[in-house]
Design a protein around this ligand. Structure first.
Ligand code: BEZ
Length: 337
């Protein structure tokens, strides 16, 4: 058989094999879902649980194959695949979305939320949710809703007493303008690297420090390569559940409602998990003997005010989010929550 004919036959065979019929004769979907995190990470665990619940709810008529640990590419590549319809769904940081729609940068404002519980409340606000409405028209993806990872901290290969010990040092950041600006203002040299490259970069000395959450610091064993965790809680780290807009248009309303309902349940479970787990990771790290240095906003000096000045015009919703955060904080101070 000529090569071109053989290749045509292979394509045809693949197409025939991927056509599956649901009970009742309707076409079944096998969705592909990408997640950047490792199999042990809370996002991946909940993505798998979501896939299992979805298959059960649809009586096995539809299924979701979850690809963890950035197997399908980094966040930028996964977003491109969602845009073209080559990928159906993803749980990913809002970073890549923010690089295209800067107003979402408000959600990375330093010290906007004091902890995971406060961050989850802010992400549930109409103001934060409203930011997702523009996604289909502007970037070809549907934002089902938010969840989050733990608060951001800094892990350093060397000892740290003050910001001076980080000045001029190479610090890994998630590739993202608001986080880059934060560290540039602080006099640190930000190195954008996807999650999957962090361990090797830290191990081979390409970077001196990492902007990260306690879960990854603990589970990915970054602490084994470092001396100090600066417990700064300086930012929240939102995640968004995305569906390709091209795919979404083809789904019937019932399937859309099922995806939305189940994803939302798992977003909530992720937030609830972190509320307790953050303190457990901290205790594990201390028990492992790494220096844990708690610091407040004053650690970053004038960098915070400079960030605010740059980002308020780019992300006008920030003013309202700060008001909501302040109201929630004074409310919880009054009720002792
Ligand atoms: C990061 O880029 O630091 C990151 C990505 C996904 C989950 C948690 C952290």
């Amino acid at each position: 058989m000529k090569p071109r004919v053989a290749s045509y036959c292979r394509c045809l065979a693949l197409l025939v094999c991927s056509v599956v019929f649901a009970p009742g004769g309707a076409l079944a979907d096998r969705f592909r879902m990408g997640v950047p995190t490792a199999p042990s990470h809370v996002w991946t665990i909940e993505a798998n649980a979501f896939a299992a619940n979805f298959a059960e709810r649809t009586g096995g008529a539809h299924s979701i194959a979850v690809f963890p640990a950035g197997q399908l590419g980094n966040d930028a590549q996964m977003l491109q695949q969602l845009q073209t319809g080559a990928l159906d769904m993803a749980f990913m940081p809002i970073a890549e979305i923010t690089n295209r729609i800067p107003e979402l940068g408000a959600l990375y404002a330093p010290y906007l939320a004091t902890d995971v519980a406060a961050a989850a409340k802010l992400l549930a606000s109409d103001e934060a949710r409203g930011l997702l409405d523009q996604l289909p028209a502007r970037i070809g993806v549907v934002g089902i809703g938010y969840s989050l990872a733990g608060m951001r901290q800094i892990i350093s290969r060397g000892p740290v007493q003050s910001l001076d010990d980080l000045r001029g040092r190479k610090l890994r950041i998630t590739p993202l303008d608001p986080i880059r600006d934060f560290y540039v203002n602080a006099g640190v040299a930000p190195i954008p690297l996807p999650l999957g490259s962090v361990y090797d970069a830290l191990a081979n000395g390409q970077i001196d420090a990492v902007d990260m959450d306690l879960e990854n610091i603990w589970k990915q064993n970054y602490y084994g390569l470092a001396e100090t965790v600066i417990l700064s809680n300086h930012m929240m780290f939102p995640m968004v559940g995305l569906v390709s807009a091209a795919k979404w248009r083809t789904l019937d309303p019932e399937l859309k409602a099922t995806i939305t309902e189940l994803m939302t349940q798992h977003f909530e479970r992720i937030a609830v998990t972190y509320i307790d787990a953050e303190r457990e990771y901290e205790a594990e790290l201390k028990a492992a003997g790494i220096e844990v240095l708690p610091v407040g906003p004053e650690f970053f000096g004038t960098a915070l005010a400079e960030w605010e000045e740059t980002w308020r015009p780019k992300a006008p919703v920030l003013v309202r989010l700060r008001q909501l955060a302040a109201a929630a904080e004074s409310g919880s101070a009054e009720t002792g929550q």
